[in-house]
Structures are given as structure tokens and as C-alpha cells.
Design a protein. Structure first.
Length: 520
């Protein structure tokens, strides 16, 4: 009898460890020996801890299960898949999960994250094995043909980046996985690392073979201790099985992989700041050119990709570029892992092809707001993404469509806000956030964000409102065009979108209410 209890941080935060312990005790007391597997989360976070029991019907889900529910569940026949108020039926038949297209997250929640047998049984290493049958240029061509673009936010074509590194002459090249994931409302990197770390290792090994690299680094923020521990264990296991190190899988490929933990600076989500941090320096943006593909870590050609980008590569090589490109729309090919957060009834991971509308994500999958009040705004793409009103719910989740609407997809974070939100305060927060997180290297970002907070305060206070609106627009234009990186360059996006879609919130009367609330 096999019972799955998630070991994902989100599940553990609501009692999954206690639930697992109590299931083991209750099963023993009932004379029912079980095999307890700590899997990753299926991504339905409102149902955590989600327990799955293997039966002849398949895996039967129960959730959310609290520690005090366990004894009654076992007594009611949970270990046989019996009916109960918490029984959800076959996991794969749950509509929220059934309606997704899981590629990057295909194994997350399904396998034991650190079991090599589970990984191989569910298609692991097929991509790497096929890659080793091709030439490095052939691998790059496959990735290019797939249409894969960077999932970290910029959407840059992965194949173009790899081709540049492949063509660079150097005695040493690197592959770096950026799993810093500092955007508010995002958690896909963490869940992937905790639920299927070998897929990132495999993706990095394929990248190393494709570009001629022999050393790699996974950069994770310190706020992710469980992810750090999981991937370190996975790397040790991979070395023991010949998936890393010398002559991987009996080939000529040799690749060493290390984990580096960042101190939590938001700016290190930007690739050159991450490279500075990896070199032991303060995380600050580098001017480009030269680009990291030519002059990256320690001055050597370097592939820098997000965790989700690298995790997409094994499937591309295993099933072929055409299979991956069959998902999505226009120039946005494949699937994206959207993360529903904020004031949302059903938060969690939604992986589906590009092209699904914002409204479908928020209403069909998210179920609207947790508060039950109407949705007023949705911020897509992290704290520097645009605030979109419900009138834009027809917008397809597509890089170009969002860019045309003055917004961005970013890392796929979708934060939902109900009708009690004050959008002037949200706009102010964007400037305040930038002032706190700026690396300080360039003046438009370092000084512009501080001035931005002051100007917004004057606007909502009714001080020379029309003149200060002009000043704010001029400041936003300067930050967008003059900042060294996306930190300062994108900070105006939420401010401008709030002014465009919610102008009434910037009226002086709004501020009086806000100041009264703050004082109270």
C-alpha cells in the first residue's frame, strides 16, 4: 500500500509533516503496513496537504487533510480509497489538474523527487541520451526549432543564446541556472526544484554538452532552504549514478555542478548581477555589451537560463522540437507555468500552452477572489508588471500580446486583487520597492525611484496635481530609457498602468482615507 504525502514547502507549512507522521502511526495501529512517499506538490495549494492513496482505480486524492483528520480517515477506509467528505476522487480527474498541459511539471507531485528509479520510470534521461546521439550543433538546432524562450521574464530565444556560447572560442565555459525567483507571487522554481530536481540537472547537462561547458552553477535564494537541501541531495545522487562528473552515461561529456545560495537580493534575478554574486562580489548590474554569452562568469562564455527554461529542454530533446512547438501561439511556443497568487480562491500552479486568456486563468482556474469580492486588478509579471483591469481579461497570455498592451508576462506570476485595493498605493509601492531593491549602480534607477515615491505622494495629496503628473510621466520615461537593466527600466510599468486604468485612485480624497487608515 503506497500513500503519498507532499514534502513541498507549501504543504509542510500547513502541517504535511504532522499528517505524514500520523498516517504512519494510524496505519500501523490498524495493522496496515504502508509505503509512505514524500512527493512534490501537485500545485493545488488550496487543497494542501493533499494525500494520495494508490488503489486499483489509480491514485485517489484526499484534501485538504489536517492532522486531526487522519485517524478518522484511516478508520473510514482511506487506505482502500473509501468515500469520505475529503475524498476528491482520482487525482488525474480533478478538473483543475485535468485541464492543464503539464510538460515542465509533468513529474512534479507524481514521483519521489529523489528517487532515480521513479525519475527513469517517468521518462528521465531520455532527453540527455538523445542529445548525446546528436552533435552539439544539432542539439542547439533542436532547441532553436522548438521556439523555447527564456522563462525568467525576458523571453529571449534560448537557442540563439546557446548558439552564441557554442560559437565562442574559450578554454572554459559555464552553464548557470538562475533560480533566484524574487518576484512576488512566484514559486514555480521552488516547487520544481523541490518536486523534480533531476529534470533541472538533466537540462543543465544537455546545455553543457550543447555549448561545450564543463562546469555549472545553480543559484538559489537563501529563503528557499528546502529547495537548496533537495537539489544538493539530488546532485550527490546524480554523481553516484554517473549522471554528473566524468564521462556522463559513458560518453565524452564531463560536467560538474554546484549550488550557490544568494543572500536574497532581488536584483540578482538579473543575470549579470547574479554572475557578480557568483564571483563573490556585491550583486550589481553589469553594463552590456559584452553579453554573458561571450563574457560571463569569470569573463568566460556563459549560458544563463532560468530554472523553468532548463527544465523544458529534456522534453524538447526527448520528444522532438515539433512536439514542444505544437503548444502555444505565434512566437510564444510551448507551455508556461503560471502561478496564481494574491487574493485568489484557488491559488497554485497552472501549466498550459501560451494563448490562454488572463480571464480564463483568473476565473476558471483561480475561481475569482478568496474574499468573494469582485476582482478589480491583476498584476502579471511580478512587482514590476502592469496592473490590468477586468476589461483586459480577453488578453491572451502571449509575450507579444502583452507587450502591445504595455504589460509583460515575466516569470508567469499572476497576483489577483479585489475591489478594496487602492491602486495609488500599489503604484507607490512599485517605486518604493525599486528604491529598496536597486543595486544603486545607475542614477535613473537609484535616484528616480526615490523621487518617484515623493512625486506620487504629492499627486495624491493634491499638491500641484497636474504639474506633478507631468513630472511623474517625465520621470517614468527617463527611468525606462536610461536605466542599465530591467529593474529601473520596468519600475514605471505598474505606475503607468495604474494611472491609465485606475486614475480615480490618484484623486486627493483617496489619500485622506489612506492616511486616516494608516494613522489608526
Amino acid at each position: 500500500m503506497t500513500v503519498y504525502v507532499p514534502r513541498d514547502s507549501a504543504a509542510r507549512s500547513v502541517g504535511a509533516d504532522d499528517v505524514a507522521d500520523r498516517i504512519a502511526v494510524a496505519a500501523t495501529a490498524a495493522g496496515r503496513p504502508i509505503r509512505l512517499v514524500r512527493n512534490g506538490s501537485r500545485g493545488m495549494l488550496w487543497l494542501e496537504p493533499l494525500i494520495e492513496v494508490v488503489t486499483p482505480e489509480g491514485r485517489i486524492a484526499y484534501g485538504p487533510v489536517r492532522p486531526d483528520d487522519v485517524e478518522g480517515l484511516v478508520a473510514a477506509g482511506m487506505l482502500d480509497g473509501a468515500e469520505h467528505g475529503l475524498r476528491l476522487g482520482r487525482t488525474e480527474d480533478i478538473a483543475w489538474l485535468r485541464d492543464q498541459t503539464r510538460v515542465t511539471f509533468a513529474r512534479v507531485g507524481v514521483i519521489d523527487p529523489l528517487s532515480t528509479d521513479d525519475y527513469l520510470a517517468h521518462g528521465g534521461l531520455k532527453g540527455l541520451r538523445r542529445a548525446l546521439e546528436l552533435s552539439p550543433a544539432g542539439v542547439v538546432a533542436e532547441v532553436t526549432a522548438s521556439g523555447l524562450r527564456g522563462r525568467g521574464g525576458a523571453g529571449f530565444p534560448t537557442g540563439v543564446k546557446w548558439s552564441t556560447v557554442l560559437g565562442a572560442e574559450a578554454d572554459l565555459k559555464f552553464v548557470c541556472c538562475n533560480a533566484d525567483e524574487g518576484d512576488s507571487g512566484t514559486f514555480a522554481d521552488r516547487m520544481l526544484i523541490e518536486g523534480d530536481p533531476f529534470t533541472i540537472i538533466e537540462g543543465m547537462a544537455i546545455a553543457a554538452y550543447a555549448v561545450g561547458a564543463c562546469e555549472g552553477y545553480i543559484y538559489i535564494r537563501s529563503e528557499y532552504p528546502d529547495a537548496v537541501a533537495t537539489v544538493r541531495s539530488a546532485i550527490e545522487i546524480a554523481y553516484a549514478h554517473g549522471w554528473l562528473g566524468k564521462r556522463i552515461l559513458g560518453s565524452d561529456l564531463s560536467f560538474d555542478l554546484f549550488v550557490r545560495v544568494g543572500a536574497g537580493a532581488y536584483i540578482c534575478g538579473e543575470e549579470t548581477s547574479m554572475l557578480e554574486s557568483l564571483e563573490g562580489k556585491r550583486g550589481m548590474v553589469r553594463a552590456k555589451p559584452p553579453v554573458p554569452a561571450l563574457h560571463g562568469l569569470f569573463g568566460k562564455p556563459t549560458v544563463v537560463n532560468n530554472a523553468l527554461s532548463l527544465a523544458s529542454v529534456p522534453m524538447i530533446l526527448a520528444d522532438g522540437a515539433a512536439a514542444f512547438a505544437s503548444h502555444g501561439v505565434a512566437r510564444s511556443r510551448g507551455t508556461q507555468v503560471f502561478q496564481l497568487a494574491g487574493n485568489v480562491a484557488r491559488g497554485g500552479i497552472v501549466e498550459t500552452g501560451f494563448g490562454i486568456t488572463l480571464g480564463e486563468l483568473v476565473e476558471r482556474f483561480g475561481g475569482g477572489t478568496r474574499s468573494g469580492r469582485p476582482v478589480r486588478a491583476v498584476q502579471v509579471g511580478g512587482p514590476l508588471g502592469a496592473y490590468l483591469p477586468t476589461s483586459r481579461f480577453d488578453l491572451p497570455m502571449d509575450y507579444e500580446a502583452f507587450a502591445a498592451a504595455g504589460a509583460m508576462l515575466g516569470h508567469g506570476g499572476v497576483v489577483i486583487l479585489d475591489d478594496t485595493v487602492d491602486m495609488a498605493r500599489q503604484a507607490r509601492f512599485a517605486m518604493e520597492f525599486c528604491a529598496a531593491e536597486s543595486c544603486g549602480k545607475c542614477t535613473p534607477c537609484r535616484v528616480g525611484a526615490v523621487r518617484g515615491v515623493e512625486v506620487i505622494d504629492r499627486i495624491v495629496a493634491g499638491v500641484n496635481r497636474s504639474e506633478n503628473l507631468v513630472v511623474l510621466e517625465d520621470l517614468c520615461d527617463l527611468m525606462t530609457k536610461g536605466s542599465l537593466c530591467a529593474m529601473g527600466g520596468l519600475t514605471p510599468m505598474p505606475v503607468r498602468s495604474a494611472l491609465q486604468h485606475f486614475p480615480d485612485d490618484f484623486a486627493p480624497c483617496q489619500t485622506v482615507a489612506v492616511m486616516t487608515e494608516g494613522t489608526a
